[in-house]
Design a protein around this ligand. Sequence first.
Ligand code: AMP
Length: 423
Amino acid sequence: MVGAGGREHALCWSLAASPLVRELFCAPGSDAIAREATCVPLAVDDLDGITALCREQQIDLVVPGPELPLVLGLADRLHAAGIKVAGPSAAAARLEGSKAFAKAFCARHGIPTAAARTFSWREHDAARDCVREHGAPIVVKADGLAAGKGVTVAADVEAGLDALEQAFGGAFGSAGETVVIEECLQGEEASLFALVDGRNVLPFGTAQDHKRVGEGDRGPNTGGMGAYAPAPCMTPALTERAMAEIIRPTIAGLAADGCPYRGVLYAGLMLTQDGPKLLEYNVRLGDPEAQVLLVRLMSDLGQLLLGVADGVLDHMDLRWYDDAALCVVLATQGYPGAYVKGSEIRGLDEATRLEGVTIFHAATRLEQHRVIATGGRVLSVTGQAPTLREARDRAYGAVDRIDWPEGFCRRDIGWRALDQTPR
Ligand code: AMP
């Protein structure tokens, strides 16, 4: 496993339960992941170090958690070294690594998405004209990886022009040298996941998340304050439509373009009046979506990911528990702005013992048996139960047992699916 966050903790937790997994290493991992895996202090972008570790330990399968090593070419390096990997090549990872590439790809392969135009910093004036002519609302996106901060949904032209100045002014480094300007789609958002082995596709569930920091989905964007699965709005018919119109043409298109996709493909969708449209591709599981997907997975994740690497998904199917899952993220006060690291979290043992509760750690370390927060998003408290409402109650029951005055969470995760009005 490559990574260190809540997603990777959930992946390690799931993989450690696989009868196929004899030994699990995680680079770099964390104190929480160390309960499931042997952690090795290598950064996720240390491609040389990770490849050398795999040779040394005769690793059979590598599972990259985050997008960065994939975009940098980790899968290509491992592949060249004869090591199996459940993640896409750098060429296929451009689906996430470059929004301009993804847009051109969608246009070429007839995949429904927001109408868009792409501009480099040399075309700043033309980009400004585009925003003014189109008018608001309008969406401005930095082309490259910007840790979830590169997208502005502008309610007026001024905000759209500001977003352009920011990107071209260097706010996102080289990721903002090119921008995509696109129409603002209306509808409900949902995420659709698929396992892909180059040719074959297995649907891997649906989820919805809450990106904004504040209740009622207000305030600045974050990496994700909570999620639930399955997404009730993704009916079987709608899921099949999105598979047929978006996921399968994507896989076929990449294969036709000479860069077949292997790994988890995550499509962020807008359910518009004209049907599902693609908002973005991710080339990995989401965080906290991984947490809610994986607690529901009955099948052996190890076997499935080997199937991805070996190109044999056509011989596999997968099973889910009937339960719903809901995850509440506990974050350090101040996040996504400035915050102070190093506060102590108490009560985790008691919270973990509750029925139907699993707590994944995104950013903690152990200091003489004390759990210390080391980041913005710190814990993913995940409840599972026969209904989404009960899953929510279990998650918040656990949250309420956790004693961490320096932390906070949203109290309305799942509102759209449960109450239809924010609390
Ligand atoms: P992305 O990283 O492209 O998914 O964008 C992050 C968020 O911005 C999405 O989850 C949406 O809420 C919003 N967004 C992105 N593109 C659009 C669009 N074309 N129309 C409306 N909202 C969008």
